[in-house]
Design a protein around this ligand. Structure first.
Ligand SMILES: *Cc1c(COP(=O)(O)O)cnc(C)c1O
Length: 431
């Protein structure tokens, strides 16, 4: 009851509060399941830090060339161990997830090589990287060709067509763990492992790369543990734990990661250069907090799925489905509902709560996008945020929340805005 008073003060109506409270009663077992995974992953991170003898000198700033930056080099060993990989490149010079993926691809694809996406189209921003949409400096411009195999109707891999698509030119197979701006299911690490085994059964030396964005610490395993040669992600998503202010990572086979370092800096220099600019404390501490932060975000996603599915909206994943990433898609069916939903997420934020999100044309995306985020780190989507392209089926993608209670408030506020604008019907709920 004490919390309820506070929610009312924050602008949640009694009716919305009671509706949500009722939904929560049914989620105890789901939350307990999430807690078990969190506990395991927290221990995994601590074990990796202990094994690599992390100490306070590792947090020292380096500037200039950044030669002999033991803090940076140790962090990369910690990442490699956490993810079950041989090597890792973890740098503030990697500006975002798209950049990390671009590095992994462009460092390992040469003219005449072919890239294959075996699970439908890639993330929106990669269309320009690959050259599916015309762009200067795309892989296509450098003579790298591209093939794509669609998923089957039921969202599963089309193994027969994947087999047909693999040819003598196929060099990298890129698998996206999370659904991104699609309404397909996200893949479990085991499903990805099966696909990798299948691909390698056809062509042994093909490089399997996994876009791991939003997937880190959601399950007990990470893609390198099921045979991924490169696993790639952003530090302003899961593994940065909300503290990393920028950065990206690539972990995997040492020879491939070395090439990524040469592409990031220069041939001959590779990972030896790259000042940490004083960011290492946030990278280490963020990784340390990441399992619990991801846990809060997951609880928020499960809560959102249950709140909106019960109101008759299609949600992906469904209210009862297992989770493979922290993203929750809610198909709201209209631009008006998307704007109201995002308005609620924004209104619940600790930062910029008074602004109203509006759709705009964003670089890298081919339709207008609406984004709500009141974040400490610009664009951070491990912090509570919602976004989506303004196009049918008018799905908002809800993710993040540095704490479960903030995620909870965000969902309640999204519902409140829809309710106030009479865009949903809560039925027979008491005030
Ligand atoms: C966020 C994301 C990206 C791109 O990351 P940015 O940091 O936005 O460039 C790529 N793939 C997936 C699946 C993502 O979720």
């Amino acid at each position: 009851m004490i919390a309820k008073d506070m929610y009312l003060k924050l602008g949640i109506s009694g009716k919305v509060y009671n509706y949500c409270d009722n939904v929560l009663l049914g989620l105890k077992d789901r939350f307990a399941e999430i807690d078990k995974i969190t506990e395991y992953n927290q221990c995994k991170v601590i074990a990796a830090m202990q094994k690599n003898r992390v100490n306070t000198t590792h947090f020292n700033i380096s500037t200039g060339y950044g030669y002999n930056d033991f803090g940076r080099d140790t962090l990369e060993k910690v990442y490699a161990d956490c993810f079950g990989a041989e090597a890792a490149l973890v740098r503030p010079q990697i500006t975002c997830g798209t950049h990390a993926l671009t590095l992994a691809l462009s460092a390992n694809l040469l003219p005449g090589d072919e890239l294959l996406c075996p699970a439908g189209g890639p993330y929106d921003t990669l269309e320009e990287v690959i050259g599916i949409r015309q762009s200067a400096c795309s892989l296509k411009e450098y003579g790298v060709s591209y093939k794509q195999v669609e998923l089957k109707e039921d969202g599963s891999f089309n193994y027969e067509n994947i087999k047909k698509a693999i040819n003598e030119k196929t060099k990298i197979v890129a698998i996206q763990r999370s659904k991104g701006y699609q309404t397909r299911p996200s893949f479990s690490v085991d499903e990805i492992g099966e696909l990798i085994a299948f691909v390698k059964g056809i062509k042994k030396d093909v490089i399997c790369m996994v876009d791991n964005c939003y997937g880190e610490f959601v399950e007990l395993k990470e893609p390198p543990e099921v045979g991924a040669d490169m696993t790639v992600g952003s530090l302003i998503k899961n593994p940065g734990g909300g503290l990393a202010p920028t950065g990206g990572y690539i972990c995997g086979r040492k020879d491939l990661v070395d090439r990524c370092a040469y592409r990031l800096t220069a041939p001959g220099l590779g990972a030896e250069v790259g000042a940490n600019l004083g960011l290492l404390t946030s990278f280490y501490q963020g990784l340390f907090l990441a399992p619990t932060v991801v846990s809060g975000a997951l609880k928020g996603a499960v809560f959102a799925a249950n709140v909106y599915e019960k109101l008759g909206f299609k949600v992906v994943p469904s209210a009862s489905e297992a989770r493979h990433d922290i993203i929750q898609a809610v198909e709201l069916g209209s631009a008006e509902r998307m704007v109201a939903f995002c308005g609620g997420i924004q209104a619940a934020a600790p930062v910029d709560s008074y602004v109203t999100p509006e759709p705009w044309a964003m670089p890298g995306y081919d339709s207008e996008v609406i984004m709500a985020a009141g974040a400490f780190v610009q664009g951070s989507s491990i912090e509570l945020s919602a976004d989506g392209p303004i196009r049918p089926p008018y799905a908002v993608y809800f993710q993040g929340g540095l704490t479960w209670y903030h995620a909870k408030l965000g969902i309640m506020m999204s519902l409140e805005k829809l309710y106030e604008k009479k865009l949903i019907d809560l039925g027979e709920i008491k005030e």
